[in-house]
Design a protein. Structure first.
Length: 107
């Protein structure tokens, strides 16, 4: 026995699909804590972009803090070894990235 039709036409079915997709996309954006994009597509989404950059900066700052604590807990022998020096280079690169992002957020 065939299933009863939910929609009268393909156009209605497609419109319902698009509405479900848009609702799901908005829910995902809200779950990330980002503001919605402007209704007018020609307006830039600066508030949303700044919020996303701010969240990225918060995460990178957390990683930087954890890496610094990890490095401080290691012995001096390890800190002066090749692995310790490579780790220091990564921490310095991360610090540079964080300072660049902080400049972008303040602009």
């Amino acid at each position: 026995m065939p299933q009863p039709r939910k929609y009268e036409s393909h156009k209605q079915r497609q419109a319902a699909y698009r509405a479900r997709r848009e609702t799901q996309r908005l829910k995902e954006v809200a779950d990330r804590g980002l503001p919605a994009l402007p209704v007018v597509p020609t307006l830039p989404g600066r508030a949303r972009w700044n919020a996303a950059i701010g969240r990225a900066l918060d995460l990178l700052t957390m990683v930087q803090t954890e890496m610094s604590a990890y490095f401080d807990e290691r012995t001096e022998t390890w800190q002066e070894s090749d692995r310790g020096e490579a780790f220091t280079e990564r921490m310095e690169a991360l610090e540079a990235i964080c300072s660049d992002l902080a400049e972008v957020c303040s602009a």
